[in-house]
Design a protein around this ligand. Structure first.
Ligand code: DGY
Length: 320
């Protein structure tokens, strides 16, 4: 059996990978594999362990050939995989749910606090000498106590974000999404399923925690930002494609919202001259929500389990 792994994995899983009785082809770098290398190296493999930076579409699947049994992505998001084509070809699909919930929820809260408490401006003021004395209203932001959190997509991560923010004093949680999540509502001690428009109007903090799909692409456009409170903070740790970025720039220019925290953008990396970096109230991180060593090691390990199971003609343990 031959497997292609498109990146060096975290150390424990890398060691386990190297012990496997398979023919291993691996991009031994900590940068994404170039597309033409992927198309060439994937030929004839039985398993493909990839990352969210690899677009796996019909071109890759044609190049791989009909023996390909599994595509296992080291991510919970799978918008980079052409799911209908994989299913049509009976190729098993593995992903890494649950293990990154805590790390991602932690970072969502961090970004919300950073934007709400004007952390970027504070750091800049301290570092540039603009910090001269304590002033009663200088760099005042907003606090969670008694406020409303709007979660767009109350899945595993959305629920974990709401749980954390309730501990910080959030009074009401509202959420939008296709269906009501009764179990999550109970676990949170109450949360209201509302239409997106209502969520935008009533929320002090809006956290995007949904998957990128045809339905959620560009969901946050100028009209959506215009419906939010001018004091509201918007945070996206899901996928950049859920936000129309030019519209976000316009909304910030027009002070439609008070602060923004982004861990995901379009494209990634976001070019250093992008307009979004100009706003002191927009905190941008380089897609690191799941970046704890524990989580990344677990994600890699699950991806390897998925790959090996499929090669042994077993169902993948963590399948899409
Ligand atoms: C995922 O796994 O989809 C995350 O975006 C990575 O942090």
């Amino acid at each position: 059996m031959k497997i292609l792994v498109t990146r060096l994995l975290p150390p424990e899983t890398q060691a386990r990978l190297e012990q496997q009785d398979v023919e291993l082809i691996q991009w031994q770098h900590d940068q994404a594999m170039p597309r033409d290398t992927l198309l060439s190296w994937v030929q004839g493999v039985d398993g493909l362990l990839c990352l969210l930076t690899d677009r796996i579409d019909n071109e890759v699947l044609d190049a791989a050939g009909p023996q390909l049994k599994v595509v296992a992505t080291m991510s919970v998001g799978y918008d980079h995989l052409d799911i209908p084509s994989l299913k049509a070809r009976n190729i098993q699909i593995g992903y890494t749910p649950d293990v990154l919930t805590d790390a991602t929820a932690d970072l969502t809260v961090l970004l919300t606090l950073a934007a709400a408490r004007r952390m970027k401006e504070g750091i800049q003021a301290a570092e540039t000498g603009e910090w001269r004395e304590w002033r009663p209203t200088w760099l005042c932001g907003s606090q969670f106590t008694g406020k409303t959190l709007g979660v767009v997509g109350l899945g595993r991560i959305g629920e974990a974000v709401a749980k954390r923010m309730k501990a910080f004093g959030i009074h009401r949680v509202v959420y939008s999404g296709r269906s009501r999540k009764i179990e999550a509502e109970t676990a949170l001690g109450g949360a209201d399923h509302v239409p997106l428009n209502e969520l935008l109007q009533v929320s002090d903090y809006v956290a995007v925690c949904c998957a990128l799909t045809d339905e959620t692409k560009d969901l946050f456009d100028y009209s959506a930002f215009s419906k939010m409170k001018p004091s509201a903070v918007f945070v996206n740790t899901a996928r950049g494609g859920i936000v129309k970025q030019d519209d976000l720039v316009r909304a910030l220019e027009e002070h439609k919202i008070a602060g923004v925290g982004l861990d995901v953008t379009t494209p990634e990396p976001l070019p250093t001259d992008h307009a979004l970096y100009r706003f002191p109230n927009c905190v941008i991180l380089p897609h690191i929500a799941s970046a704890t060593m524990e989580t990344r090691e677990r994600m890699a390990s699950m991806s390897l389990d998925n790959t090996l199971a499929a090669l042994a003609n077993q169902p993948v343990p963590y399948g899409v």
